[in-house]
Ligand binder design. Structure first.
Ligand SMILES: [Fe+2]
Ligand SMILES: [Fe+2]
Length: 135
């Protein structure tokens, strides 16, 4: 169930690779907390920290899209928006429902989305970002 960093996820830019690695580690922290049976409050705090970090990361990428006039920006922002909507939905669940879902599909959903996003969407801007001098 854990998510692991793979070299193929690298976009060749340290700032972004570091953010992706940290994003992965936060998701694993949440997973570990769930399997360790941590309290509802602790899970909620971890999730809220992860959600804030996701927003920070999306904003970093989107700032570069705008700066570099990236041609895939609209499509990519839409994918980020899907995750923002999911996160919002989870935040708005009542505590009991969220707790049940933590043991069910929340981590799975986040993991699947992130793995797919790292392997597909984020790879697509690598060339554009490199051409604008990011490394
Ligand atoms: Fe990303
Ligand atoms: Fe992205």
């Amino acid at each position: 169930m854990k998510i692991e960093w793979k070299d193929e996820y690298s976009v060749g830019i340290k700032e972004i690779d570091d953010q992706h690695k940290y994003f992965i580690s936060l998701l694993n922290d949440l997973y570990n907390a769930i399997t360790a049976g941590k309290s509802r409050e602790e899970l909620k705090d971890l999730f809220s920290y992860l959600a804030d970090y996701a927003e920070k990361h999306f904003a970093t990428e989107e700032k570069y899209f705008d700066e570099f006039n990236y041609e895939g920006a609209a499509e990519h922002k839409l994918k980020h928006q899907e995750m923002r909507d999911e996160i919002e939905k989870i935040k708005n669940m009542d505590d009991e429902k969220r707790e049940i879902d933590f043991y069910g599909n929340i981590v799975y959903l986040l993991k699947t989305w992130l793995e797919d996003h790292l392997a597909q969407m984020d790879q697509k801007y690598e060339k554009c970002f490199a051409e604008h001098g990011l490394k």
